[in-house]
Design a protein around this ligand. Structure first.
Ligand code: SF4
Length: 444
């Protein structure tokens, strides 16, 4: 949307007070995300009185899901724009800014929209790290999940389109690309590709300039040896697996309509760890799914304790209209869900802290992200086991960089260039973050 708006002559501002048009890009995944989206719309609604705002738009998944209801319930909104209409955002804004054409309405279609390499794109965030969406939609049927209702069936972008975009990004200085979709292990199935993700990765590693390629959201099925060998043997593919498992109890997995049981998951996790030495493993679980007994939860807790994953996210189950789990009657009380999530996260925090401490003394390749916003005199970066935005960081003490040839004693300029790779020796560890000192400057 940003790319289209800029190409069409709109000017962007990061100060909502100054914006004539405010677009809230919403999420409709689970209750907490929906609430956050609605609160953001309400917070920005007051800008029509207190700021320059003339038009307030809700776009994205919540918009796609609730359509007219959203327009009815939130009178501050001028338009609700679904996920199939992103490409028309400039036209929509122009209409709403034209008095004669202006009327409150829905902009909604089935969501076939899928951007290609020619779509204008404007990236926010670090210039050296970005996301590429490789497919949209999902063909699976998990009992708790509303995403297929909002995003439709899977549509993959052709390999050539993704590679063309990756080349352009590398040319712009991007070093790390993060491949996202709702079901990345299934990439290319709708295009008739066999082992589509393997084919895609084989092409992407040939793109000059890229250093890290990181696929996200691997469903725990159809993980072939070819894929794992590619991870193990190809330097550019990060030794990082992001695989939401959702639960480990067989009865829960079946009720969730997940493919595979505990034995299959354990064998897959073992195979991944054996074939990709040193792999960082991130997963996610849902707690409080209907019918989750104390025993089923205890099994999950013990599994997390045994498995020693690097990162674990835990989501609270919420009833989502249109999903099959809504019909289940044995719902878990909210306070029980909260207790279960808190216990799981606190267990994982101690596991992550121990894993961090075990890295003290090692020297790692770290991609420098820039000066830390958390504390003065510190820069930060990430090793390949830390994904941007969701995992921890490596803090680098600036004093360790001051003695190096390129460094300067002026601490008002960044000492290490964002987007370069440095050797960092890990000297300390906190729950999710590491602390290190510069060993060698980047050769690149
Ligand atoms: S695979 Fe993921 S996106 Fe697809 S239905 Fe299941 S949870 Fe939802």
């Amino acid at each position: 949307m940003l790319g289209t708006l800029v190409t069409e002559g709109f000017q962007l501002t990061d100060d909502p007070q100054k914006a004539e048009v405010v677009i809230v890009n919403t999420c409709g995944f689970i209750e907490e995300a929906k609430q956050e989206s609605i609160n953001t719309i309400l917070e920005h609604g007051h800008l029509k009185k207190a700021g320059a705002c003339r038009v307030l738009i809700a776009a994205g998944c919540l918009a796609q899901r609730y359509q007219g209801d959203l327009l009815k319930e939130l009178p501050e909104l001028d338009a609700v724009v679904g996920t199939g209409e992103f490409g028309r955002i400039a036209e929509i804004c122009r209409d709403l800014l034209t008095p004669k054409k202006r009327h409150r309405r829905l902009w909604m279609s089935q969501p076939p929209y899928l951007y290609d390499e020619l779509a204008p794109r404007m990236r926010l965030g670090a210039p050296h790290s970005t996301y590429i969406k490789v497919a949209e939609g999902c063909n699976r049927n998990c009992a708790f999940c509303a995403i297929p209702l909002m995003r439709g069936k899977q549509r993959s972008r052709p390999v050539e389109s993704i590679v063309a975009e990756a080349k352009r990004l590398a040319h712009e200085g991007v070093k790390e690309i993060n491949l996202i979709s709702q079901d990345t292990i299934n990439y290319g199935v709708d295009l008739g590709l066999r082992q589509g993700l393997v084919q895609l990765l084989r092409e992407l590693v040939t793109v000059d300039g890229l250093r890290w390629i990181r696929p996200f959201y691997l469903y725990p099925q159809q993980v072939t040896d070819d894929l794992l060998d590619l991870y193990a043997g190809e330097e550019k593919i990060t030794k990082y697996i992001d695989m939401p498992l959702q639960h480990i109890n067989d009865h829960m997995l079946k009720r969730m309509h997940r493919l595979g049981d505990r034995a299959a998951i354990e064998s897959l996790v073992h195979r991944i760890r054996t074939r990709i030495p040193g792999v960082s493993f991130r997963t996610a679980f849902i707690v409080g799914f209907p019918g989750e007994t104390d025993a089923a939860y205890d099994e999950l807790y013990e599994y997390v304790e045994q498995s020693q994953f690097d990162r674990v996210a835990a989501f609270l189950y919420s009833d989502e209209e249109g999903t099959s789990a809504v019909e289940f009657e044995d719902k878990v009380e909210r306070h029980v869900m909260d207790e279960r999530r808190n216990a799981l996260l606190s267990l994982q925090e101690s596991i992550a802290a121990a894993k961090g401490r075990s890295r003290i003394g090692s020297v790692l390749d770290v991609l420098i992200d820039g000066r830390s916003e958390e504390s003065d005199g510190v820069q930060e970066g990430r090793h390949e086991g830390l994904a941007p935005d969701i995992d921890g960081v490596v803090y680098i003490d600036e004093e360790s960089t001051a003695a190096t040839p390129k460094a300067t004693s002026e601490h008002t300029v960044p000492l290490l260039t964002a987007g370069t790779f440095c050797k960092i020796e890990i000297t300390d560890a906190a729950s999710f973050d590491l602390v290190g000192r510069l060993v060698t400057h980047p050769a690149n």
